[in-house]
Design a protein. Sequence first.
Length: 219
Amino acid sequence: MKNGLADAIKKFRDSIDDKDYANWGAKGKYLTVPYRIKFVRDYFGERMSIQTESTELANGSHKFKANIFLNDKLVSVGESKQMSNKEKDFEKSQTVSIGRGLSFAGFMGSEVATAEEMEEFIRTDETFDDKKEIVKATPKLKTDTKQKLTVQEMADQWIEVLKTTAEHSKTLGQFENNLNDLRKEYLEELQTIWEDLIQQQRIEDSYISLQKQINNRKQ
């Protein structure tokens, strides 16, 4: 679909210039969250919305979730956790969740992490005590040993992952949460797929279809 997600991702990547990156020296170069937000706002206007929520944990820190919607449909979810108690860390951690959500939606360069996320990663002082936090593991699919695949085969494999994940997800939120971990596992393959607009469109169509199926189960 013209002016859809696939077209936006291609335009985003084609427009990236070396000067757009924040340079972290040996840690690499990363696009900032404001850079990504500006692009999607300019491209989609009111068609895209970003909703964030926070949950206070037992240790006093906060967990953040950013839901990315396009045309009122959830297309991606990004999560982050407050790692220290310095001034503005609450706001920075919220920004990181938005950046991860946009990255998982496809708005990234050669990396998923944002400059803001790397800043949080590098700063290790004054961290919260996480020992009392109970984390529920997200179900993961067992992946095959990596082998040389064509872009179409990679896309076929990811579509099967989407279908299997949808079958085991009762809600759209659960679907997205399960996919977040899987996107990390398949990051290299997904980056290759996003360079092929035909395969990218196939995945987007399958993704939207599965979202509809999950919604229809409630009716």
